[in-house]
Ligand binder design. Structure first.
Ligand code: AMP
Length: 285
């Protein structure tokens, strides 16, 4: 049986009682409405740690649009069923007050090294301030040895990694690969809002990313981006951006040959649902 804890005090009591010398805690922060992507993060944590804690918390401070927050799927019962076979030790499902007892803006001003200026940050002002704020707060409560995040949110894990180093937080970030539907669509909690037809047609997103990767040596960056945007501009999709960036700085790059870590990132609207995805073009590390 999974132990579900909804308050910080009980969680701290459990951790202090159970975390003996040499035991490690793996932590998977989520906003619920779980899918295979979340489950693989949890399984990886289970393999690498004595205890695994999954949080389910729809963080209000990272939403720019009230409607998006309201429409965000909340499915705690189904989430617990999905988590059962993973053997997760604790699901932490706190209220907003437990996370922000001093108000939603408390502790939001975290230095993100300018990494929040690009891509998602440009189109969703304040989003990463909210993400960093909630992750920092959750790390204070859970005090994990390892933190598990998905490559799906490339800019997010890059920013969190910066925060961990900058604030000297003693937690190691483990990034896990993108889990996809059989047609290539990256799994996302928002996919449940897509119609079956749109979901099927959304295979164009990963096809575009794979084509960009294929042509990276024969087209310039400008040509690659134009090509990708054109390929994504088919009904009902509306691309918001397709950018090729340096994987460390997230700055758009002008020449892949001069880069050691190049990533193509995109956001696309599918009707009223916003989807993001990315592909690593080159990583020489
Ligand atoms: P979310 O619940 O959307 O906030 O996501 C929680 C964590 O799951 C984040 O670290 C995401 O990057 C990760 N995640 C979301 N979708 C996927 C996916 N398709 N594959 C792997 N990880 C994912």
């Amino acid at each position: 049986m999974i132990l579900v804890i909804d308050n910080t005090k009980d969680l701290r009591t459990w951790i202090n009682f159970n975390k003996k010398k040499d035991a490690t805690i793996g932590f998977v922060p989520t906003m619920g409405s779980l899918h295979e992507g979340h489950i693989t993060l949890t399984q990886k944590s289970k393999k690498q740690n004595t205890f695994t804690i999954v949080s389910i918390f729809v963080n209000p401070t990272q939403f720019n649009h009230k409607q998006d927050l309201i429409k965000y799927p909340r499915t705690l019962g189904a989430d617990l069923e999905m988590l059962k076979p993973t053997g997760v030790d604790i699901v932490f499902a706190p209220s907003v007050f437990e996370i922000y007892p001093k108000g939603n803006h408390y502790g939001a001003d975290i230095n993100l090294g300018g990494l929040d200026k690009y891509m998602e940050g440009a189109f969703r002002p304040g989003h990463f301030k909210g993400v960093a704020q909630v992750v920092k707060r959750l790390l204070e409560i859970v005090t994990p040895d390892r933190l598990y995040m998905g490559q799906k949110d490339f800019q997010q894990f890059t920013i969190i990694n910066y925060m961990l180093k900058n604030l000297k937080i003693n937690t190691k970030l483990i990034v896990c690969p993108i889990i996809r539907e059989s047609n290539g669509l990256a799994m996302s909690s928002r996919n449940v809002r897509l119609s079956p037809e749109t979901k099927e047609k959304a295979s164009v997103i990963y096809k575009t990313l794979k084509a960009v990767k294929k042509y990276q040596h024969t087209k310039s960056i400008t040509e690659l981006c134009q090509y990708g945007i054109k390929k994504l501009s088919v009904k009902p999709f509306k691309p918001e951006y397709l950018t090729i960036v340096d994987g460390h700085t997230l700055h758009p790059i002008t020449d892949i040959n001069n880069s050691t870590y190049a990533v193509a990132c995109l956001a696309v609207w599918a009707d009223d649902v916003r989807l993001i995805d990315n592909i690593i073009l080159k990583n020489e590390i």
